[in-house]
Design a protein around this ligand. Structure first.
Ligand code: ADP
Ligand code: MG
Length: 615
């Protein structure tokens, strides 16, 4: 296996690790031997992922911006992560939940309006990143230009790309995107295990994610992910707010549910009480509004009765994830807790019961992803030496060639980044464009593989079949994004597509695909030989047909012409045989029969048409 880090990232420049969260964001770095979270100007390690546009046009990020959610709600945005890499059509359901205005940009790009200005989601995320960069520079006393950023394991290519764009806009070179659950496992040093199955349970502010990772020799592989994009601490807060409003109605005789300021103040009060309840048997909700005060004590027992449904809603996705990963709870070796809401003792207990393993809780659950990102950053900058974090491609990647057969360029389990180039040619006379069909899987025939993308390479000069040279290059970067480039060597015209090959595939599916290929190996091999023989038969039949129009054909004797006709008929008969040897035998006979004809022709397309793989 090749080491992943062949690139020299320059002399000792520090790389930071960033958790760009829905609710909170953090930056961390490798401090000699340990990852460490960098505090912000106000001493807080968590930077709320909230951005506000001040009246003077200044950008306000974090705790300060969060305070403005009450009075400056039209100039303040939160949960921007939900809009990253999305088009308007993707977020219609989401928009009902956002109080801020979302304006449609050109080409259906979302623009979020903050007061009189509008910004794209990556631009807003970049404001958060810029704040984290500033915090890191102030703390470290040196410029920071390189980062590792974490993303949910289920993020697709567009969402990953948007995250990288945000980094670039913020003046950060994003060396790598790391899956959040992988980062959490890294923070606990689980990569030191030889092998094992790790469950990462992440209950944050607004989202719940469960991931099951497989570890082998320091390689993390995401077996399956599941979750709920609208489940988290916010749901608990909203429940407590509703109860608080009812209490206030009976106590003060006033319905405050439409009073924005009152609701925001109550939100603050219930969050404080909720967070204290994780460590104390009871806590007070203390609410003050315009000189009046209201207090209510809530015990952990009552609290647990209130939230039991919310906690239970996380269990279904966990079971589905186990099923997708094809593992039983007994096979889980390690459980990692991520997200502030996993501080709640009842959540911990539920996780322990489900996975039958004591979860790791030594690190702060809301810091663990950033800490893992810092470990990865340390590896990339050379600060951590003995760790080699490899990712592999779970399935082979290739393109369709003539006859519906796959030509593999990158084989399964190749260490990434990886690249491969192969040269192909055309199968049809005068062909001006080729269809590049990118497929994934272990089977020989395209119909048994997974189709990833199709695109055309146009503008090939018309030439006899077999003459053009089409270079196809596959490149998988360290983030697992595949780009495929097809290039006509003669003219230099090229076309590229980017694909996230692992997106939407569970490990169970990957395993099934590999297994099928083993079960069908023999039949597939035979089918491929037949398909290839038919492609050759097509080529020689077409070439012979063409040759028959030439003067050279007229120069042949009657006997020679008869032999050719007979050989053509025999090949046409053999063509549909499912034994490639029978087809090949007749190809050889036609070849022999046309020998003199081919020799007679100056431009023997017959011979040439048989060379090279044809797309
Ligand atoms: P995200 O990953 O979505 O950005 P975090 O992991 O930072 O979010 O989690 C934020 C959530 O964790 C909030 O709902 C917050 O109230 C909750 N939280 C933080 N500390 C505690 C605690 N001690 N007890 C219960 N919930 C907590
Ligand atoms: Mg998080």
């Amino acid at each position: 296996m090749n080491p992943v880090f062949q690139i020299d990232f320059g002399a000792e420049e520090r790389v930071v690790g960033i958790d760009l969260g829905t609710t909170n964001s953090l930056v961390a770095y490798m401090d000699l031997t340990h990852p460490s979270v960098i505090p912000g100007e106000d001493g807080d390690r968590l930077v709320p992922s909230v951005v506000s546009l001040g009246r003077g046009g200044e950008i306000i990020v974090g705790n300060q911006a969060r305070k403005l959610l009450i009075h400056e709600s039209s100039r303040t945005v939160y949960s921007i992560k939900r809009l990253m890499g999305k088009g308007i059509a993707d977020v219609e359901g989401e928009l009902k939940l956002f109080p801020f205005h979302v304006a449609e940009g050109s080409e259906s790009v979302i623009r979020v309006s903050l007061g009189e200005k509008t910004f794209t989601p990556p631009e807003i995320s970049a404001m958060i990143l810029r704040q984290l960069k500033k915090n890191a520079e102030a703390h470290l006393g040196e410029p920071v230009t390189k980062a590792v950023i974490t993303v949910p394991a289920y993020f697709n290519d567009a969402q990953r790309q948007a995250t990288k764009d945000a980094g670039r806009i913020a003046g950060l070179e994003v060396l790598r995107l790391v899956n959040e659950p992988t980062a959490a496992a890294l923070a606990y040093g689980l990569d030191k295990r030889k092998q094992g199955i790790v469950a990462v349970y992440d209950l944050g502010g607004g989202t719940f994610d469960i991931s099951i990772l497989k570890l082998h020799d320091g390689i993390f592989e995401v077996l399956a992910t599941n979750g709920d994009t609208h489940l988290g601490g916010d749901d608990i807060d909203n429940l407590l707010i509703r109860i608080g409003l009812e209490d206030l109605l009976s106590e003060w005789g006033e319905d405050l549910s439409q009073d924005g300021e009152a609701v925001q103040l109550l939100r603050r009060a219930v969050i404080e009480a909720k967070e204290r309840l994780s460590f104390a048997p009871s806590a007070d909700i203390v609410f003050e509004l315009r000189g009046r005060a209201f207090t209510r004590t809530i015990t952990r027992e009552v609290f647990e009765k209130l939230i039991v449904d919310i906690v239970n809603r996380t269990l279904g996705p966990c079971r589905a994830c186990l099923a997708d990963a094809g593992v039983t709870p007994e096979r889980i070796d390690e459980v990692v807790l991520v997200g502030g809401s996993t501080r709640i003792p009842m959540v911990r207990a539920a996780v322990e019961t489900l996975f039958r393993a004591k979860p790791h809780t030594d690190l702060n659950p809301d810091e663990v992803v950033a800490l893992g990102a810092a470990v990865q950053a340390g590896i990339l900058s050379g600060h951590v030496e003995d760790q080699l974090l490899l990712d592999v491609t779970p399935l082979s990647l290739g393109i369709e060639i003539m006859g519906g057969v796959v030509s593999q360029l990158i084989h399964r389990n190749s260490a990434i980044p990886a690249s491969a180039t192969q040269t192909f040619t055309t199968g049809v006379e005068g062909q001006r464009n080729v269809l590049i069909h990118v497929v994934q899987g272990e089977r020989e025939l395209v119909k048994d593989c997974r189709s990833l993308a199709r695109f055309d390479l146009n503008g090939i000069p018309p030439l006899p079949a077999g003459m053009p040279r089409i270079e196809v290059r596959f490149l998988i970067d360290a983030n697992g994004i595949l780009s495929v480039t097809a290039r006509d060597a003669r003219t230099g015209v090229e076309q590229t597509v980017e694909i996230k090959p692992s997106y939407g595939l569970t490990d169970a599916q990957v395993e099934a695909m590999v297994e099928e290929s083993i079960v069908n190996a023999e039949a597939d091999f035979r089918a491929r030989q037949v398909a290839e023989a038919r492609v050759e038969a097509d080529a020689i039949l077409a070439a012979t047909d063409k040759a028959k129009q030439s003067d050279a054909y007229l120069e042949l004797s009657d006997r020679e012409r008869k032999d050719i006709s007979a050989a053509i008929n025999m090949l046409l008969l053999a063509y549909h045989s499912d034994d490639h040897l029978i087809i090949r035998e007749q190809i050889e006979k036609l070849n022999a029969a046309t020998m003199a004809l081919a020799e007679n022709m100056m431009n023997t397309a017959v011979g040439r048409a048989l060379k090279g793989k044809k797309i």
